[in-house]
Design a protein around this ligand. Structure first.
Ligand SMILES: NC(=O)c1ccc[n+]([C@@H]2O[C@H](COP(=O)([O-])OP(=O)(O)OC[C@H]3O[C@@H](n4cnc5c(N)ncnc54)[C@H](O)[C@@H]3O)[C@@H](O)[C@H]2O)c1
Ligand SMILES: [Zn+2]
Ligand SMILES: [Zn+2]
Length: 369
């Protein structure tokens, strides 16, 4: 039986996203129907609204979420009532990258076309026009239908708001540190951009035992939050001496790792200046799809610096989300400290747009409000 749910549909361009009644079809073999409990407000939704990442179809927004299993199709090893985190890069499980254990590089993920693995959409709308789940998950909808590979079961003790953030900013930030960069105890890092993703990188660096964690942002409020989460130092990004300050704090030669958690090409171009010879720049923040940034090959060659791309924290969600949840429950990762104001679904769009004035912690839609 189909189920009715409100979703936030966006048709692109200058149009305004609309809270709209959609019909979500029942799960078939290998699929899961999820009743959403919480969804975080991530900058990757703003990239869609502001036209950085245009689509030729209408999308149901939201991609950082968690919920409770409502129903499952044949052959699914979950039961109604299980708490699950949505994973927005559901891997195909068959391509070379998947077989190689690098599901974040899957070339066949339905997330790329905002759909299910077979390319279809589980949503239908009374106006007859197509609506596709953003990144295959449509996390701002009351109910969502996804393949089994797009949900990760985590313990019910994890609060829903924390579970939701594990689905994007937390997995990306912690994974950027532990998986992509493989930071070791005692190493030094700068985190440029202290939004939700940057804050999770700070938490990851603290967990990894980094000796110096320097946060850079244009917002004093965000720098204060970074400090509360474990940044040892903060530097304003508009300080003309920012690079010199960061290098000095790291002992003069530069940091071992510089994380770009913004996605602005000018900032990306400035990242190598923070890094010592042999160190690495980790690109996590994402720019407009066709953006370009200038690199200086000679400088990279003589310094032996590396530039590492980081999609979804180089995570294998079925393993890494569970590991993160366990670290949280063991008191080793204070993820509650990332959760900001909780808001009803009707305020989600306003909260996405508000990301351009960066203050506070991550806003989270609470579907019970
Ligand atoms: N690689 C991935 O898999 C992945 C996953 C999630 C999000 N992202 C991307 O990461 C980026 C950050 O997402 P978020 O949700 O944390 O965003 P956010 O809006 O919460 O935070 C961005 C922060 O950058 C700061 N900032 C902006 N311009 C700056 C500058 N010039 N100098 C210093 N600080 C500056 C802002 O003040 C803000 O605090 C986005 O581009 C998002 O799309 C990537
Ligand atoms: Zn996100
Ligand atoms: Zn694959």
């Amino acid at each position: 039986m189909n189920i009715s749910a409100t979703a936030i549909l966006f048709s692109g361009g200058e149009s305004e996203p609309q809270l709209t009644e959609v019909s979500v079809r029942a799960p078939r073999a290998g699929e899961v129907l999820v009743r959403m409990t919480a969804a975080g407000v991530c900058h990757s939704d703003l990239h869609v609204l502001n036209g950085d990442w245009p689509f030729d179809h209408r999308v149901a927004l939201g991609h950082e979420g968690a919920g409770i299993v409502e129903a499952v199709g044949e052959g699914v090893d979950l039961v109604p009532g299980d708490q699950v985190v949505l994973s927005w890069y559901a891997p195909c499980g068959r391509c070379d990258a998947c077989v190689d254990g690098k599901s974040w590089l899957c070339a066949e993920s339905g997330a790329i076309t905002n759909g299910l693995p077979d390319g279809s959409t589980p949503l239908s709308v009374a106006d007859g026009e197509e609506a596709r789940p953003y990144l295959g998950v449509a996390a701002f909808s009351e109910y969502t239908l996804v393949p089994r590979s797009a949900v990760v079961k985590i313990p019910s003790e994890v609060p829903s708001a924390v579970a939701a953030l594990i689905g994007c900013s937390i997995a990306t930030g912690i994974g950027a540190v532990l998986n992509t960069a493989d930071v070791r105890a005692g190493q030094t890092a700068v985190v440029v951009g202290a939004g939700g993703v940057g804050q999770a990188i700070v938490l990851g660096l603290k967990l990894a035992g980094a000796s110096r964690i320097i946060a850079v942002d244009l917002s004093d409020d965000r720098l204060e939050i970074a400090r509360q989460l474990g940044a040892t130092d903060t530097v304003r990004g508009d300080d003309p001496e920012a690079v010199a300050r960061v290098r000095a704090l790291a002992g003069g030669a530069g940091v071992d790792f510089a994380f770009d958690a913004i996605g602005v090409p000018k900032v990306t171009e400035g990242m190598p200046a923070y890094v010592k010879s042999g160190g690495a720049i980790v690109l996590v923040g994402m720019p407009a799809r066709d953006a370009e940034a200038v690199i200086k090959p000679w400088q990279l060659i003589v310094t032996g610096q590396r530039i590492l791309g980081c999609n979804y924290g180089s995570s294998r969600p079925q393993v890494d989300f569970v590991k993160i949840a366990r670290l949280y429950l063991a008191g080793q990762l204070p993820l509650d400290q990332m959760v900001g104001e909780t808001i009803p679904q009707s305020r989600a769009v306003e909260a996405v747009r508000a990301l351009v004035q960066p203050v506070g912690k991550r806003r989270v839609v609470d579907f019970a409000l």
